[in-house]
Design a protein around this ligand. Structure first.
Ligand SMILES: NC(=O)c1ccc[n+]([C@@H]2O[C@H](COP(=O)([O-])OP(=O)(O)OC[C@H]3O[C@@H](n4cnc5c(N)ncnc54)[C@H](OP(=O)(O)O)[C@@H]3O)[C@@H](O)[C@H]2O)c1
Length: 273
């Protein structure tokens, strides 16, 4: 059984916070141990509260510092939200943040009463428990806090811990934002299929199913992505013709991705403070 924290307050149950909450509850978290603060609950969150019976927006006077204060608000909202939430960060607990850009130092300053701080970058497939999260903790986080943080993250997918916080900006750019690149690939392939003469609905189905099938193959095959790409590419064939465009040194995918990922990592650094 997962070693969940004994008590949790989740502040911000939007797309990411809500996805994590759902994963915890599906993963066996006792609903009586979680309280959720969310100014505008979605229908999905209300339905989840009705199904599991956790406390959604309990009266402020009933709130006590939990073992884990999980922050799921936007980085741009942190300055406004932190003063209200800070009293919930007690010396016997830890703060776990999924906020892009907000550093361990930022979090320790905003939540001075916290026993420890854990910074995490998850990604949206967490909503179907197939996410990947990368976590880094400050020096005060002991084995127990790390194990409890791992349990919260493992409930929604794979977990990697790093010691070097400076990696998190690049992590955010690769795996945090990464699902959007894949969805954009589907959009771009579908649009290009329409330009090549396919009916739009068929082109959208083909692009979507191609990414789904390729993702499943990537999961099930022991081969590397490069080997799988080569398996599709006949010498002098159609894929080869396309890859000559996509792998162009100056403006192909590697060059575009290098620029896009650098932009996302830069934005992550800008969001600190
Ligand atoms: N979405 C992703 O793919 C993803 C991936 C990795 C990390 N993240 C991180 O996850 C965080 C949330 O992103 P999101 O996409 O889930 O955004 P979101 O859907 O907008 O969720 C944030 C939620 O926090 C609520 N909120 C605002 N102020 C609050 C307060 N004082 N107390 C409690 N809740 C409050 C918001 O309510 P209102 O809308 O009413 O203001 C909203 O429902 C961000 O920091 C982001 O960097 C997101």
């Amino acid at each position: 059984m997962a070693q969940f924290p004994a008590s949790i307050v989740l502040a911000g149950a939007g797309r990411m916070g809500g996805a994590m909450l759902e994963g915890w509850l599906e993963g066996g978290l006792d609903p009586a141990t979680v309280q959720v603060l969310e100014p505008h609950p979605s229908e999905r969150l209300n339905a989840l509260a009705a199904r599991f019976g956790f406390a959604l927006n309990p009266a402020p006077q009933t709130l006590r510092p939990p073992r884990a204060l999980v922050l799921g608000v936007k980085p741009q909202t942190m300055a406004q939200a932190a003063p209200t939430l800070a009293p919930l960060a007690g010396p016997d607990g830890f703060v776990l943040s999924v906020l892009a850009g907000k550093t361990l130092d930022n979090l320790a300053a905003a939540f001075p009463g916290a026993g420890a701080v854990v910074r995490v970058m998850p990604n949206l497939p967490a909503s179907i428990r197939r996410g990947v999260s990368v976590a880094v903790a400050d020096a005060r986080a002991g084995a127990q806090a790390r194990a409890e943080a791992s349990a919260l993250l493992e409930a929604v997918g794979a977990v990697e811990w790093v010691d070097d916080e400076s990696l998190i900006d690049a992590v955010t750019a690769v795996s945090g934002s990464g699902p959007a690149y894949v969805f954009h690939l589907v959009e771009a392939m579908a649009e290009a299929g329409v330009a090549a003469g396919l009916p739009r609905a068929l082109s959208e189905r083909l692009a979507r199913q191609t990414v789904i099938g390729s993702g499943d193959l990537l999961r099930e095959s022991p081969e590397s992505a490069a080997a799988l790409r080569e398996a599709v590419t006949s010498p002098g064939g159609t894929t080869f013709a396309a890859l000559q465009v996509l792998m162009r040194e100056k403006d192909g995918m590697p060059a575009l991705f290098a620029e896009a990922i650098a932009a996302a990592a830069r934005r992550s650094r800008e969001l600190s403070g």
